[in-house]
Ligand binder design. Structure first.
Ligand code: ZN
Length: 319
């Protein structure tokens, strides 16, 4: 797209040219019906003392802006109707004589309109013509050449620049770690966006490929551009829930840890601690297994064992 030159009307003339703040809902296309350049169109518009005004003038060289998009302009001939109060007015230059300059101006206007549609996340139905509001045969040469032809020029550009799975303002999450670029295609710093970060789609950028800026409710950041749309989803990550059970698990392991040793003391250390207290029990329960175990661990127990066996021998011997 050619440069957009800003020649905004001074604020002390807002009362005349763009008295109302505006949230635009559409684009209104005009032809100038003269052969002036875009700069001259805007210069004349901003300096004369008539109300007539429009946001942009486009010629074969450049796009010149005279009114901010968030102010209304008087161009659609519908009084306080939607054309004047909600429309971004665009004048295409050189429509009086036509020819190559006009052809190129129309192409530049199609670029600008595509840019506006993309910025507002609008579709082709937002492109309207002056004629729709007041019945005036404007944009006259564009209509002569074919309105659908002009819309098709824009549609073709939209298909080239649009592949946008998300709408502006949408909350999305990245399904894997990724790096964000400072600006679209111009290199610079990179920012890291950890997996499952909650972001808001703030803006699209078209100059170098199709980039998307992320941010929070209020801002988008310098380092916030990416074109890796396939790594984002609008669905809140389910992965957020497993980490919650996982943490309690870790806690569980920590909390019972002191208990487990207590329990194991009772079980494992039986042979070491109990013999002193109740040697008989030990012998009864482990009768068959560790005949020599007491011998090693407790001489007293070993002796007791021998005595019992001796007594048994005596008994059996007597019988
Ligand atoms: Zn018009």
């Amino acid at each position: 797209m050619v440069n957009i030159v800003k020649k905004i009307v001074p604020e002390d003339r807002y009362y005349l040219k763009c008295p109302f703040s505006m949230t635009p809902t559409r684009i209104v296309v005009h032809n100038t019906a003269n052969d002036a350049t875009a700069r001259n169109e805007i210069s004349y518009m901003t300096t004369n003392d008539q109300e007539t005004s429009f946001h942009y003038a486009v010629d074969d060289q450049e796009i010149v802006q005279g009114i901010p998009e968030n102010r209304n302009a008087w161009h659609a001939g519908d009084g306080n109707g939607k054309g004047n109060r909600e429309g971004i007015g665009i004048e295409i230059c050189y429509s009086k004589s036509g020819g190559e300059r006009f052809t190129k101006a129309e192409e530049n206007a199609a670029d600008l309109i595509t840019d506006i549609l993309n910025r507002y996340n609008w579709d082709i139905d937002k492109v309207t013509k002056h004629q729709d509001y007041s019945g005036k045969y404007c944009p006259h040469r564009t209509l002569d050449l074919g309105w659908d032809r002009f819309l098709n020029m824009i549609k073709e550009r939209l298909s080239q620049t649009r592949e946008r799975p998300f709408i502006i303002g949408e909350i999305i999450y990245n399904t894997e770690d990724l790096y964000l670029h400072e600006t679209a295609g111009y290199g610079g710093k990179e920012g890291f966006l950890a997996k499952n970060t909650r972001s808001i789609v703030k803006k699209y950028h078209y100059n170098k490929g199709l980039y998307m800026a992320l941010g929070d409710e209020n801002n988008y950041y310098d380092t916030a551009w990416t074109d890796e749309y396939n790594k984002f989803t609008t669905e809140a990550p389910v992965v957020e829930e497993p980490p919650l059970p996982e943490n309690p698990k870790e806690d569980n392991q920590d909390i019972p840890a002191p208990e487990t040793p207590d329990n194991s003391n009772n079980d494992k250390d039986d042979s070491e601690t109990l013999p002193d207290k109740s040697p008989s029990e030990e012998n009864l329960s482990d009768n068959n297994l560790p005949e020599d175990k007491p011998e090693r661990e407790n001489p007293l127990l070993w002796l007791l064992d021998k005595i019992i066996k001796f007594i048994i021998k005596i008994f059996t011997g007597k019988k």
